[in-house]
Write a protein that binds this ligand. Structure first.
Ligand SMILES: NC(=O)CC(=O)C(=O)O
Length: 276
């Protein structure tokens, strides 16, 4: 798919969350790989998923926002990590998911990333060069926190990318809504890249081996949104490649028309204790 994107003229490619293994808390340890730091040459990494994407970025001379993989940190903790590779295969950015997906929607879905993962502690932006300029990175649940998007925009990001894997409960309710909301409140392009949907395999036959990890059904529907909140491209639930030109000057146009970043009222945004 990355080669196909490159052949179609792509300069920057975005992959989905946890693309190299099952999205299951118990599986992260098995699939985790050490991840290099910003500035390191990842083309010779001993981590197979890292090395594969870095080599592809270098071979095709484009930027790859490498979705996310489970990272085995130097501190022996596990993280949900997005590496960005520049056109030489060097690590241009490393984002560890800041907001872990710990939710409980009774009778529908319970997921606790914090059972096995630790959260990252930093905002991530990188210079993608050319017309793109500064790009902000969040992972999935991070998109629910407008503060993060606003801070990335305040740093100068004009494109926000969110590798993500919403599910059959939260996907239909919130995926498009949140991607559009973040585009409107940060006045930036937003890309949400999801794994394609795969339905749960049939239950093991009697006497057969039990399934190793619970199945997580991703919502799919990767999406690209303009700074005005328009959906520019939308995948269905299956495998898809969305290939499009981003007219980056739209960011300045929208920011000039509705100068919300200059009209903020931080003096009234602090929550004070009752009676204070
Ligand atoms: N998988 C996630 O991190 C987030 C998600 O599915 C949701 O916010 O909904």
């Amino acid at each position: 798919m990355v080669r196909k994107a490159a052949a179609g003229g792509a300069r920057l490619v975005v992959l989905p969350e946890v693309w190299n293994g099952p999205y299951a808390t118990a599986a992260f340890g098995e699939y985790a790989e050490p991840c290099p730091s910003v500035g390191e040459d990842a083309t010779c990494s001993a981590s197979p998923s890292v090395c594969a994407l870095a080599r592809l970025a270098a071979e095709l001379s484009l930027v790859i926002v490498g979705g996310s993989i489970a990272e085995l940190g130097g501190d022996d903790k596990l993280y949900n990590t997005c590496l960005v590779y520049d056109a030489k295969g060097l690590v241009a950015a490393k984002h560890r998911k800041v907001h872990l997906f710990d939710i409980d929607v009774p009778g529908k879905i319970t997921f606790r990333e914090s059972d096995t993962l630790s959260p990252g502690g930093a905002l991530t932006t990188f210079d993608a060069g050319g017309a793109f300029g500064l790009v902000g990175v969040g992972i999935c649940y991070d998109v629910r926190f407008p503060e993060l998007a606003l801070l990335m925009a305040a740093r100068g990001a004009r494109l926000l990318v969110y590798p993500g894997a919403f599910n059959m409960v939260t996907g239909p309710a919130h995926w498009e809504l949140l991607m559009r909301a973040r585009a409107v409140d940060s006045q930036a392009f937003v890309i949400g890249a999801s794994p394609a949907r795969t339905d749960a395999p049939p239950a093991a036959p009697p006497g057969g081996a039990a399934r190793k990890y619970p199945h997580y059904t991703a919502w799919g529907h990767s999406i690209v949104v303009s700074p005005w909140g328009e959906v520019l491209a939308h995948a269905a639930e299956g495998e898809a490649l969305l290939l499009l030109d981003l007219e980056m000057s739209r960011v300045e146009e929208v920011r000039a028309s509705l100068p919300t970043s200059k009209q903020k009222r931080p003096d009234i945004y602090t929550v004070k204790p009752a009676g204070g």
